[in-house]
Every structure is written in C-alpha cells, then in structure tokens.
Ligand binder design. Structure first.
Ligand SMILES: CSC[C@@H](O)[C@@H](O)C(=O)COP(=O)(O)O
Length: 353
C-alpha cells in the first residue's frame, strides 16, 4: 500500500517543465490544493505567505524559481540571461531571512549558472542545466532526509513517546522530512511511536501540518497546546524531543520555529534528550553563534486576529512576533545530519570534510 510520503509532494516541477507545482500549505488540513507558479514573483509570494515552507522546501522552490525566471525571460543574449538570473536570485533571496537553505540553494544555482555561462552552447543549454541542477537539489534532499531518518532512528526505541514542535515533515522537504523522517522509517519497522505535536502558535504548523501529516500516515499522534509540553514531560510521556531547524551556527546554536528554545529548556529540566535533525546544508559555518542569526519578524495580525472570527486582542495593542528563536547549543543533546550524529562541539569535523 502506498504511504503518505509516497503520494504527497509539496514542491516539484510540472511535467512540461513550465511551472513549479506547490501544495498550498496555508490551506491544510482543510483543503489539499496544488498551485502552479510560473514567475519568480509567484514563487516569492508563496514563500512569504508560507504556502511553501520548511527550510529544505523553500530552498528547492527558490532553485526552481531562478530556473523559471530564465526559462520564461525574453532575454536574447547571454548577458541579458545573466542579468535575469542575478536579478531573480537576489529577489528570491529577499523572501525570508532565517532559513539558510534558501541562500545555500540559490548560491548553488549561481555556481552552476556561472559554469554554464562560461562553457555554454547558448541559452537553451543554460536553461537545461539550471533545470537539471534544481532537480538534483530536490533529489539529493530526499536522500539526505532518508539518511537523517536512519541515523535518528538509532537514537530511538520502539514505543518511545516523542515530542516535536512546528513541522519538519515530508511537506517541509522533498520527502520524509527531517525530524519526522525517523518516525516514518520507524513506522515501517513497527516501532509504534507515540508522537506529541505542539500546536506551534501563532501559525499552527504543528496542529495544521504535523498532526495532519502523521494522522494521514496512521502514526499515533496527539496534539497539545504549546504550554502543555511541561505536563506531558512531567508525566513521563516523552522519551525524546525531535525538531528540525532553519540554521545551525558553527558553535551548534540552532534557530528553529518560535517556541523551540522553550521546549529545549523543558527537556533539559526533565532529563529528556533533545535532538535537532538537519541536513548539513543547514549548517552555516560563516555564522559563529546564534546571536548572528537574523530572526524574521512577522505581522501583528498573525497573533491578534488570524484564526479567530473576531479580533482576539485590543485594537492597536503593541505586539512582537518573532518567527524563530535560537536554542543554545548547551541544550542540544545531538545534531543529526545525513553524515552522522554530532555533538555541538564536533560540528567543525563537518567543515573539514
Ligand atoms: C525540515 S523543516 C525545518 C524548519 O524549517 C522547521 O522546523 C521550521 O521551523 C519551519 O518554519 P516555517 O516558518 O513554518 O517555515
């Protein structure tokens, strides 16, 4: 029988290569709507609105975005093509600031572009090469997530209660997810995990996406409000915390969805291991500590009125809506990558590889 991870693809190129097809994550779990995006403006907008979200999925979308910009451009000369490429790259890079995969994927596309530009047999060859590179980023992400899942599974035992925050599942990546990858792989082996999903205020990625993904996949999942994590931990229901992340600094500090650092502090208090699952493309060795990570701030409306039929806060009340927070490396038991499991102070080994 086909599993959810085999049938849901949140980002892919259309069969004719003319558009990026995304699953609109803002409409889940109510509606499963796929949208075709042809222009960089559409891709930019989909990333800003979180129609496509999750660090690896954003990177894949942006990679296809620059390919589509060149493909649909009226450029006639190689210099015009280069101008189009660089303009759309800079534009897509401005969509969200925190997830390093966005910049990583765009830089990789640029390196390929320069190669093609210097050795190319014309515009069509550049377009074909960019398409190939974006597809490679997507396929590699699938393999990378599977490897993360296999490594993370070695840290877990059948029957474990697992707490997760936000959504680092199959829809946030090419396939499998990062933090949810070991849960899918464990399910295939009959591990029978009990997963607790934090609802993840204010945009409810845990309630709308993780709870949806896991229940569609027949994983035992229990939805809790963010402020219930402490009680479920104190009741002995959680044996491990698994989260994804948007950027890992060289010292192991980790930016992930707002609320993650609070979960890590609780896990430390209750003596529960806290694992961050991330592809090595999420490690930013240019960034020395978490203090250097730019944290996206989003609109007040996400806190005051979204999801409610009437505004839930006084008009004009001051708000603060950081989309991510940084978990100090001292709270992280290990970082699970496709190349193995690392303590924060071992990350430099990956830099040397
Ligand atoms: C594999 S997804 C990893 C992270 O991007 C994820 O945990 C997260 O925080 C996503 O935030 P979002 O704002 O929903 O894009």
């Amino acid at each position: 029988m086909k599993q959810l991870i085999d049938v849901i693809q949140s980002v892919r190129l259309s069969d004719d290569g003319e558009a990026l097809v995304i699953l609109d994550q803002t409409l889940l779990p109510g509606q499963k709507v796929y949208e075709e995006l042809r222009k960089p403006e559409n891709v930019w907008d989909a990333i800003v609105q979180l129609k496509v979200r999750g660090a690896p999925a954003i990177g894949i979308a942006a990679a296809y975005g620059v390919y589509l910009a060149v493909k649909h451009s009226p450029a006639n000369t190689m210099d015009e093509v280069r101008h189009t490429f660089l303009k759309s790259k800079a534009y897509l890079a401005s969509s969200r600031p925190t997830a390093v995969n966005l910049f990583w994927a765009l830089n990789r596309m640029e390196a390929r572009f320069e190669q093609l530009f210097n050795h190319s047999n014309g515009i069509e060859a550049v377009i074909a090469g960019l398409r190939e590179e974006a597809k490679a980023i997507q396929l590699e992400d699938e393999q990378v997530c599977e490897a993360i899942g296999e490594y993370a599974l070695t840290l877990l035992e059948p029957g474990f209660g697992i707490l997760t925050h936000c959504n680092a599942g199959t829809i946030a990546t090419a396939k499998y997810g990062t933090a949810l990858a070991p849960i899918y792989l464990g399910q295939q082996k009959g591990y029978n995990f009990n997963v607790f999903a934090d609802e993840t205020r204010p945009l409810l990625q845990g309630a709308r996406l993780t709870a949806w993904e896991l229940s569609e996949a027949n994983v035992d999942v229990t939805l809790i409000c963010d402020n219930m994590a402490s009680i479920v931990m104190s009741e002995g229901k959680i044996q491990a915390v698994l989260v994804g992340c948007d950027r890992v600094a060289a010292n192991g500090d980790t930016a992930n969805k707002i609320g993650t650092s609070g979960v890590a502090i609780l896990a430390k208090h209750y003596g529960i291991p806290f694992y961050v699952c991330a592809p090595t493309s999420t490690i930013d060795f240019e960034c020395q500590t978490g203090q250097e990570i730019v944290i996206e701030e989003r609109s007040a409306e996400e806190i005051t009125s979204k999801w409610y039929t009437e505004p839930m806060a006084p008009k004009n009340v001051k708000t603060y809506n950081p989309a991510f927070d940084v978990t100090d490396h001292s709270l992280i038991t290990a970082i699970v990558t496709e190349k193995g499991i690392f303590k924060a102070d071992q990350l430099h080994e990956l830099r040397e590889q």
